[in-house]
Design a protein around this ligand. Sequence first.
Ligand code: AMP
Length: 278
Amino acid sequence: MEIARTLAQLGAAREALTTAGRRGLALVPTMGALHAGHLSLLRAAQSEDYAVVASIFVNPTQFGPGEDFARYPRDEAHDCAMLAQAGCDLVWLPDVGTMYPPGDATVIEVGGPALGWEGAVRPGHFRGVATVVAKLFGQVQPDAACFGEKDWQQVQVIRRMTEDLALPVRIMAVPTWREASGLAMSSRNRYLDAGERVKASALFAVLSRARDAIRAGELVAASVATGGAALAAAGFAVDYLALVDAQTLAPLDRVVGEARLITAARLGTTRLLDNVAI
Ligand code: AMP
């Protein structure tokens, strides 16, 4: 597995990568602190015959003031060992100065699916995400890029941007990888103490129950109210629990077309996201 830390190294490593006989190059963008969910993105790319470039960059511009940028877990050596073991071809480890060069003055302004939910709770978050992903696309020039459905809204924001800017990258959405308890894997799960970890599994259980109730014909407002109360009873502070259009993220009061039930809720100081298809 090659490791590149500068644009020159990335260019050389990319050149040397043989995609002969393969479908092309797939990018797996991450912020490190890798877990089995990240590796499932890698495997999704490999199973479609792509050579894989994984990037690790804790992107300061997608964190708001008072968020966990400074304490976000970083463990480059362990991450690289996991990626090598998983058969990753190349790791891209840019520094802040490479991603935001002196005089940097350009951002991707996102609307549409970026406006509500995470976009409302974390102003500027998706601008930071879209900007860094556009830069990664420019640097790596992948044929495809893999994103996790765990961050459902993020996938829709990236799809919108890719289509709007006619970026020649195939966006692959990969199903959420879960622990046996149902808890969606996340780098932030390591903030949970033992007691919170037990409570955290209620998030997926509540979502699944609300999904089943909606599918069985219960009114969306009733299912969401019951789910919100169950989360509060389990110790969560709920930021939102809502039925939305799967692509536009517009709120829905009944199921029309492809719908998604999305939630963000806090356990102590840890914010967890999850979503399910209806
Ligand atoms: P992060 O390092 O948290 O920025 O995540 C990097 C990528 O991995 C994003 O596309 C995430 O949506 C994806 N990801 C994170 N956790 C999971 C999971 N449990 N299952 C699937 N994809 C995930």
